[in-house]
Design a protein. Structure first.
Length: 315
């Protein structure tokens, strides 16, 4: 299958489009989609004869590319609201139960569901073909999740892109520079929503796991400090706690259990403000002055931590 084959859908009837998406090899379809520009893909998907068949056909065949052992852990109903320029174009659903997955093509907007994923039709196709990362799209506000975010995240991690070894919508693969880029211009209220969802532990775990990689050994060579971090806004009501130590030009991070250790300072802030701080979108001095970062102990030591870390910057 080539781009030209995909382009033939520009004149196909609804019946022909349905037959096409039911029979075309998935690997070939993904390859053609990846080679097609956004403008040309939108021209095809804009047709009322093609769009419903495309979305329904994609969802109906996802089961073939699911990882069986992960699929058995999913239970619930997921709704996909696909839009273009704010106008709803397609509403489809998937029901998961005991290792089975059932498409819900006629799902209404009032039917009970566990989670709603809302995005553009084009972005949905790019996500399914593995060209976009669902986690980054969610952080940037281009993919909205309403309801059980943990179910949405689990769904993203069970499908492989046909013909490849990668997950179609794996939201847990977060490159720090990509995250910094995705957060450019994102509203604070959206980040607060993200960091109040099931995506919060994934984001925080990845930030702190990668933090030692960004310490500048030269700048940190003669620095010795211990700073605690208390991150608020966890929907459970718990405070997420971390301790960062700089010694001998390197950093170590511990979480939760090491809270009795002595430290030079403790910084308390909302989770979404720390996300902005860790990606270069919040200046630490500005954060302290505005009260977004509350420091107990040696403020100079707390601020010194940021000077030895080369914070990932947006591209």
């Amino acid at each position: 299958m080539t781009q030209a084959d995909l382009g033939k859908l520009g004149t196909a009837s609804a019946e022909e489009a349905t037959a096409f998406f039911a029979s075309v090899p998935a690997e070939k379809l993904v390859e053609a989609v990846r080679q097609t520009s956004d403008a040309d893909l939108l021209d095809v998907l804009a047709r009322d004869e093609v769009r419903p068949a495309a979305v329904a056909g994609i969802l109906a065949r996802l089961h073939d590319f699911a990882i069986a052992e992960r699929l058995t852990d999913l239970h619930g109903v997921v709704r996909f609201d696909l839009e273009r320029r704010g106008t709803l174009l397609e509403r489809q659903g998937l029901a998961f139960d005991n290792g089975a997955m059932r498409p819900l093509p006629d799902l209404s907007g009032t039917a009970p569901v566990d989670v709603v994923l809302k995005t553009s039709l084009l972005r949905f196709v790019r996500l399914i073909s593995g060209e976009r990362n669902a986690g980054l799209e969610y952080l940037s506000g281009k993919l909205d999740i309403e309801g059980d975010a943990m179910l949405a995240l689990a769904v993203g991690g069970i499908f492989r892109v046909p013909g490849t070894g990668q997950f179609a919508m794996d939201p847990t693969t977060l490159d720090p520079i990509d995250v910094a880029t995705a957060l450019s211009g994102v509203r604070a209220d959206h980040l607060k929503k993200v960091m109040s969802s099931g995506f919060r532990p994934i984001v925080l775990d990845e930030i702190f796991r990668r933090l030692p990689d960004f310490v500048d050994p030269r700048k940190a060579e003669k620095v010795r400090l211990t700073v605690g971090l208390r991150l608020l806004g966890n929907p459970s009501g718990e405070v997420d706690r971390y301790v960062v130590r700089i010694k001998d030009g390197a950093a170590t991070v511990t979480s939760g259990a090491d809270q009795d250790a002595e430290r030079d300072a403790t910084v308390t802030c909302e989770g979404h403000d720390y996300l902005r701080l860790a990606t270069g979108h919040l200046n630490p001095v500005t954060g302290v002055l505005k009260g977004q970062l509350k420091v107990k102990g040696d403020k100079a030591k707390a601020l010194q931590l940021s000077t030895v870390i080369d914070i990932p910057r947006a591209r």
